[in-house]
Design a protein around this ligand. Sequence first.
Ligand code: SF4
Ligand code: SF4
Length: 540
Amino acid sequence: MSSAKTPKPDELIAIRYEPPETPWMETPTIFRPGTWSYSGTAKSLTALGLPNPRAWQPSDADWKLPENWKEIILEGMRERLEKHRSFRLFMDICVRCGACADKCHFYIGSGDPKNMPVLRAELLRSVYRRYFTKSGKLFGRLAGARDLTVDVLKEWFYYFYQCTECRRCSVFCPFGIDQAEITMMGRELLNLVGCNINWVTEPAANCFRTGNHLGIQPGGIKDMLEFMADDIADRTGVRVDVPINKKGAEILFVTPSGDYFADPGTYTCMGYLMLFHEIGLNYTFSTYASEGGNFGLFSSHEMVKRLNAKIYAEAKRLGVKWILGGECGHMWRVIQQYMDTMNGPADFLEEPVSPITGTRFENARSTKMVHIAEFTADLIRNGKLKLDPSRNDAYRVTFHDSCNPARAMGLFEEPRYIISHVCNHFHEMAEDTIREKTLCCGGGAGLGNDENMEMRMRGGMPRAMAVKQVREKHGVNRLACMCAIDRATLTSLMEYWVPGVTVMGVHELLANALVMTGEKERTTDLRGEPLEGKAVDEAL
Ligand code: SF4
Ligand code: SF4
């Protein structure tokens, strides 16, 4: 936690939804502690080959920009307008209908009009008009145009790093304007002059250095997986294999590094190990492709491409047939929406077929990568798993659709299918907060750091309120999700807004219920908590 003091929930909830006293173009940006993220360090920028590595912070008056920073940004904007038709379209077509205005969790949680998606886009659009449209060049302010100044650049930084690229607003826009794409462009432009955040650049740099965001060395990954195997043996009496860097395995399994090292992700990872052992899967982990997440998505298209290529290079090196991906969020947005045109099609791999059920995953024909929820749901549907849902009877579960698998993949039914087969008490949150309308955890896109805690709690507030509702109505005490960032950020969010609700992965729930061949009588769940006589936490 940074030195910034996060207000208490009852203080934070007193949100003023009022227009500012001055027009938005004249309202200054104030870098209030707790609402912004630390800058990328010179070391990380140098490692990534990014421009203008230096020591600075967003709260400094002097950002130490290159002398010709304005030319760099405008030239970068021109290039991107020519290269990405969607960018020019999104700059031109908004009719300011306002349908998106109250759909962003950061606006709901802060009341700051510049967090309305329509106005967030306008931060960039106003500069686009000034330099790239006739009306803006001729009529300036009258045409909604403004000069690019240092203050405007600072405003971009503040608000493009208060957008989690969740794409909820685009669901409600009649034109499908994708604010996440606009934010990505804004961040790309900022990157050109060395303005980025460390929670994005350091994980990306680590990924090239050791293979994963957390900077875990290969030996550390091996040790962690073996510790998990020991814990599994302790809980179940079954010793599972931990195949790593196994050449000639049929499947490469890739998951976020949070699953190896951070609770509660580690329990989800134990779930994968147990499942793969039980079905006799011929698979391997990789220490080089030891990161599913792709923080390039939060900085530039070029970085997305470079990081994604690592996974496929490793699949080729190991000689696997196809790739299975774990419970991750933005990994799936990259695979689903960018991989094919950036690095694909992955024709050196085979179209994925489940070796257990024979199901052909035609949706992965080009990327050759299958989501673990699709894979597991198919196993259950074909009767390949013995499950005892009563082992999860102490849990009243609700499910948070992670933004990227939900909105980028449409992966709504598979996790629900699994959950409904592995536990007896499942309660959906309100309809307008789930599936494609799901609300963000408030800490995605690199914003899940401690110094930004107040903004995270504000942005996560709408999701937390939906959880609170099912807790009060049904006694929900477990929030299941399918994303490593969610598992980390929702944990802080629940502690702050809805104490008593614990976050867990879908495959942790599955593994609790999985009846393994030769197992001893289970007396605890994966966390080592007793199964028998466990009191159900009733509605508060
Ligand atoms: S993409 Fe998400 S965080 Fe960004 S403006 Fe839209 S709703 Fe808000
Ligand atoms: S809903 Fe779409 S068209 Fe309407 S204001 Fe928002 S971005 Fe513009």
